[in-house]
Ligand binder design. Structure first.
Ligand SMILES: Cc1ncc(COP(=O)(O)O)c(C=O)c1O
Length: 388
């Protein structure tokens, strides 16, 4: 039996010690100095001006879309069909219409020509998800979006440390979202972060995170403007935007600070694991032409080379028989445009028009790649897959 789970426990004994020490020696646990310290450490690690810690990656998605809506008004957002449900539900929740475009097999991210051909005068943003640790961006796409004045939002929830031309993903867009859910490259148990170099976006996020309150602003001019505009309201209870409560706690931030120390080392192992995996897969049977530069793989991608339901069934049977955990459809379970919450809201959109996405949906899956996964197991897994 191969016995490969999707992930290994990434909360270490040392993490628990650090957390226990903090609890014993502190009396403030709600959002405070540790959250700020983690936000600063994260900004420095990523290479951005501002980071705002929130309670999940999904919350980061929801808040980013709410800020976009506040700044740019209603319209369409171009979205990926291979992502996570909150990438799409956040677009609906903010009152935008999602426009799905097909993906590239080599990155599982949206195809750049498809993105550009779907831009209209109603497009308010492009939300691009870097899938399972593969970079989904190109310089050409960035240049074109810049030329057309279309903001880019990057979802990097499953791609911490992935780079394009040596620069970390999550630094290219107007804003980016990361998740620190238990299973990801690093964890705060639950948690997420919104990153941006834009001062206004950052200030808006601060308000959205805490009930829409003006007192959360760190820009004193903005604060004064609101107070002067609404003299009938008390500045400490001035709700400027329809906000949420999506704050993280000090406990999550303490964990994040400790986990961040291990992130680069763990990522280096994920990179090597994926290289070994791709090198040993049979390219006649499986798609192996992934974009490898800048990858920090999160889970091994198993994609049949040719469509065959029978082969795919055999493949899943074999994995089950060896107790190798897997998820069908890759990230987010495959074609999100097929999900009921999307079908209900976009009844006229035919999800089967997304050809590559549907191929991945029916003939793709992922298995675990985590730092402690042994080389021998990776080679055994490849042997098993190559037997199909
Ligand atoms: C691409 C992507 N976006 C958003 C999320 C949501 O993150 P969270 O689970 O922290 O809410 C995930 C979660 O796995 C994800 O993979």
């Amino acid at each position: 039996m191969l016995n490969i789970p999707l992930m290994s426990n990434n909360i270490s004994e040392e993490d628990k010690e650090v957390l226990a020490d903090f609890i014993r020696t502190s009396d403030r646990f709600t959002n405070g100095p540790k959250v700020r310290e983690f936000e600063e450490a994260w900004s420095q690690w990523l290479g951005v001006k501002h980071s705002l810690f929130v309670n999940s990656g999904a919350s980061a998605n929801y808040m980013t879309m709410a800020v976009l809506r506040e700044l740019y008004g209603p319209g369409e957002v171009i979205v990926p069909p291979i992502a996570w449900s909150s990438d799409i539900s956040s677009v609906f929740a903010a009152g935008f219409t999602p426009v799905f475009v097909d993906v590239d097999m080599s990155t599982l991210a949206m195809n750049e020509d498809e993105i550009l051909s779907h831009i209209t005068d109603r497009t308010r943003a492009v939300l691009l998800t870097h899938v399972l640790g593969l970079n989904g961006l190109s310089q050409r796409l960035l240049d074109e979006l810049d030329r057309r004045g279309i903001p880019l939002i990057e979802d990097v929830c499953e791609s911490h440390g992935t780079t394009m031309n040596g620069k970390k993903c999550g630094t290219f867009g107007l804003a980016s979202n990361f998740s620190f859910y238990y299973a990801h490259h690093m964890s705060t148990i639950e948690g997420g972060v919104i990153c941006t170099n834009n001062d206004r976006v950052y200030q808006m996020c601060r308000m959205f995170r805490s009930h829409g309150m003006v007192r959360e602003l760190t820009d004193e001019d903005m604060k004064r403007e609101y107070a002067e505009k609404y003299p009938d309201l008390r500045p400490e209870f001035l709700f400027a935007v329809p906000g949420y409560n999506m704050r993280g706690t000090e406990l999550n931030a303490v964990l994040g600070l400790n986990q961040l120390k291990r992130l680069d080392g763990n990522n280096a192992r994920r990179v090597e694991n994926f290289k070994l995996y791709v090198k040993n897969l049979d390219p006649e049977k499986y798609f192996t032409d992934f974009r490898m530069d800048g990858q920090v793989n999160y889970a091994f991608i198993v994609l049949l080379r040719q469509a065959s339901r029978e082969k795919f069934e055999r493949l899943t049977e074999l994995l089950r028989s060896e107790n190798v955990e897997f998820r069908r459809g890759t990230a987010g379970g495959g074609n999100l445009a097929r999900q009921p919450f999307v079908r209900k809201r976009l009844p006229d959109f035919d999800p089967s028009t997304l050809k590559n996405t549907d191929f991945i949906h029916f003939y793709g899956l992922y298995t675990g790649n985590y730092p402690s996964l042994e080389k021998e197991k990776i080679l055994e897994l490849c042997k098993l897959l190559n037997r199909v």
